[in-house]
Design a protein around this ligand. Structure first.
Ligand SMILES: [Ca+2]
Ligand SMILES: [Ca+2]
Length: 241
């Protein structure tokens, strides 16, 4: 039922999953999380950490279960509403530069969409703490009413009393070598052609260099490889950066 409004496309997750499988990450962790709220703020932090000194991090998350507990008459009913959330809105992925703390997701989730009155609204933040531990924070929770089918009563209006969200957060710590677009360990003229390819887009670059990193071309560290990286790349080649 809660609907993420600003989540990433499944295609991006597929790309990052591909990156996880083909790139050598310095350390990667998989963390299951399970959060419940009856209106209170809810905080989850991971038991382990990724290396907080890494250059960058890839963070993925997947919501595998959304349960709401509603009250009708004198009874509580717990309903699995996971399938009401489109699959592409249950997953997300983000590349972020260090040092942590870093945020991969930070947005309000609201169901249903405005202008209908919200049944569930919460602020959700996902990221890494300064020490490399993962976190999921759910704050500013509002639980209202919604209509659900409860046999044998039919469609009834119920008060939402509790929301449970469970899933997985993955985080990988990544070392980057800015300018080394062919990943041979050096930054020199051999990197010019791969850099030009990186300018045409991440997908084309990663097809040609599946074991290297597109972000090696993001010399100015703004998250993308584009014309703004040309001057700093030239400076790297000339040893001036
Ligand atoms: Ca190189
Ligand atoms: Ca850039």
């Amino acid at each position: 039922m809660p609907k993420s409004k600003h989540c990433c496309a499944a295609a991006i997750v597929t790309l990052v999953a591909l990156a996880f499988s083909t790139h050598i990450a310095r350390a990667a962790e998989t963390w299951p999380f399970d959060l419940s709220t009856t209106g209170n703020d809810a905080y989850w932090t991971s038991a382990t950490a990724v290396d907080p000194t890494a250059d960058a991090f890839e963070i993925q998350w997947e919501i595998a279960l959304v349960e709401v507990t509603v009250r009708y008459l004198f009874f509580d009913y717990t309903l699995d509403v996971t399938n009401q959330i489109p699959p592409e809105q249950r997953v997300g992925a983000q590349f972020v530069y260090g040092p942590p703390p870093v945020e991969a997701f930070n947005s309000d989730i609201v169901y249903p969409d405005p202008p209908q009155p919200p049944a569930v609204r919460a602020h959700v933040a996902i990221g890494l703490l300064a020490d490399g531990h993962g976190y999921v924070y759910v704050t500013n929770v509002f639980l209202g009413t919604t209509q659900v089918e409860i046999p044998p009563f039919g469609l009834v209006t119920v008060t939402i009393r509790r929301v449970r969200v469970a899933g997985t957060v993955w985080a990988a710590a990544i070392d980057l070598t800015p300018g080394d677009l062919n990943c041979d360990g050096a930054v020199n003229f051999d990197d010019i052609d791969p850099f030009v390819l990186a300018l045409t887009g991440q997908a084309a670059y990663e097809t040609a260099f599946p074991n290297c990193r597109w972000h090696h071309g993001d010399i100015n560290r703004d998250g993308a490889v584009n014309f703004d990286d040309i001057d700093p790349f030239v400076a790297l080649l000339s040893g001036g950066a």
